[in-house]
Design a protein around this ligand. Structure first.
Ligand SMILES: Cc1ncc(COP(=O)(O)O)c(C=O)c1O
Length: 411
């Protein structure tokens, strides 16, 4: 099976990626449940890459799967000519659980599409052109989302991107202040995830909120990865007591069963953009019944079982355990940081990651790089993870760090 899948990737999908995955010993995923993925040989892995944040409820949560099965017997994708009741219910649910007066939702199919929608909303609402974003940000790879992302490697081949985007250092309110005049919006992640799990100084988002108010720019908080319990609160921006003008969501929104993305906006912003033009920004598949049924069930589980609290408690164990490993292996690990179950292990050299991640896989734990900073290993397990599973993953991490140092020495 592995040989055929490799050949399919090499011949018809992505030849260089196929080779990288082969060299790092990637098996073939065939089944998954809870925190476990099973490969083509029947071997089980604890999933600490977590689909890069998708599997908040673990894989195939039974209540989400049941909701989707049930919906499949009724209507799967919206016919678009009639009211879609699930999309309405999901929008109301999001208005109830998102902070402050966030109220009007738009549904798409991915994080990048949610960001596109938010960026367009900001221009239409403010009639301004400029966007301010943060260096090292990751907001997705479609043109608009890429334009506000801050990593040259992904941007350079596609330039010119959307014009009038200014990048300021993440976490620096002064630099933000000097860039904000005439901006339609400032877009920011509460914790930079793909940027290498970078946590800003406390109060940064609150300062950004105040500055956006002063300059009349919208504050778009991109919670695609940090939201829905990942960082130990339902939404990470509430740690700073901040209500954005627009919040983007995706990844965990449907509990890891059906793709969905969304933005939720303040009514005044949405009305300023679209009150007279309801079809200016639309998506054929966005908000389809299957995805909405999955999302409604996923939110019930997330909130009903208070998984944010588990993320906070288990996240504290993961952070403390990884920091202790860093102290015992200072030659390999430079720093450990994170919030909730979004934890980054920064290595002294990315060469170590190239050995540690495959070694962890061999030992039955998945982990992954962060996209913008390949020497940071992310640990991002489902929010249902147990203390025992955290301990297992930490033991595997430490063993793999030891193997990497023994084989590579100081880099
Ligand atoms: C903060 C953030 N925004 C947007 C995206 C893009 O999401 P997608 O890959 O679903 O387009 C990501 C993906 O990692 C992300 O972390």
């Amino acid at each position: 099976m592995l040989d055929q899948v490799y050949a399919d990737y090499r011949d018809c999908l992505n030849p260089p990626l196929a080779r990288v995955m082969k060299v790092s010993g990637s098996p073939v995923e065939v089944r998954a449940e809870g925190t476990t993925i099973v490969d083509h040989t029947g071997k089980s892995y604890l999933d600490f890459a977590g689909g890069y944040g998708v599997f908040t409820l673990g894989h195939r949560h039974p209540r989400v799967v049941a909701a989707v099965r049930d919906q499949l017997e009724k209507i799967a994708l919206s016919g678009r000519t009639m009211f879609n009741p699930l999309m309405g219910r999901l929008a109301r649910r999001l208005a109830e659980i998102t902070p402050g007066d966030l109220q009007i939702s738009f549904f798409a199919n991915s994080g990048a599409e949610a960001v596109e929608g938010a960026l367009k909303l900001a221009r239409a609402a403010t009639r301004r052109v400029k966007y301010v974003a943060t260096a090292n940000a990751f907001h997705g790879k479609t043109f608009g989302a890429l334009s506000v992302s801050g990593h040259e490697v992904y941007r350079a081949p596609f330039e010119p991107l959307v014009p009038d985007v200014v990048h300021v250092p993440f976490g620096d309110a002064r630099e933000l202040e000097s860039a904000l005049s005439d901006a339609a919006a400032f877009i920011v992640e509460p914790v930079q995830a793909e940027g290498g799990i970078i946590v800003p100084p406390p109060g940064y988002l609150a300062q950004a909120r105040a500055l956006c108010d002063r300059f009349g720019a919208l504050l778009i908080v991109d919670e695609v990865q940090t939201g829905l319990g990942r960082c130990g609160a339902l939404f990470a921006c509430t740690e700073d007591g901040v209500v954005p003008d627009v919040m983007t969501l995706a990844k965990g929104l449907s509990g890891g069963v059906i793709p969905i993305g969304a933005y939720v906006a303040r009514a005044a912003c949405w009305n300023a953009a679209y009150a007279k033009a309801p079809l200016l920004h639309t998506s054929t598949f966005g908000g389809n019944e299957l995805a909405c049924a999955a999302a409604l069930a996923a939110l019930d589980v997330l909130i009903g079982e208070d998984l944010s609290s588990n993320a906070r408690a288990r996240g504290a164990e993961l952070l403390a355990g990884a920091r202790a490993i860093a102290q015992r292996h200072p030659g390999v690990i430079a720093e450990v940081r994170g919030r909730g179950l979004l934890v980054g292990v920064e290595l002294r050299h990315e060469g170590y990651a190239g050995m540690i991640i495959p070694e962890m896989l061999k030992r039955g734990v998945t982990a992954a790089w962060t996209l913008n900073r390949q020497r940071v290993i992310r640990l991002e397990p489902p929010l249902i993870v147990t203390a025992n599973e955290i301990a297992t993953a930490l033991a595997v991490l430490e063993a793999s760090v030891s193997v990497a140092f023994a084989q590579l020495g100081p880099l």
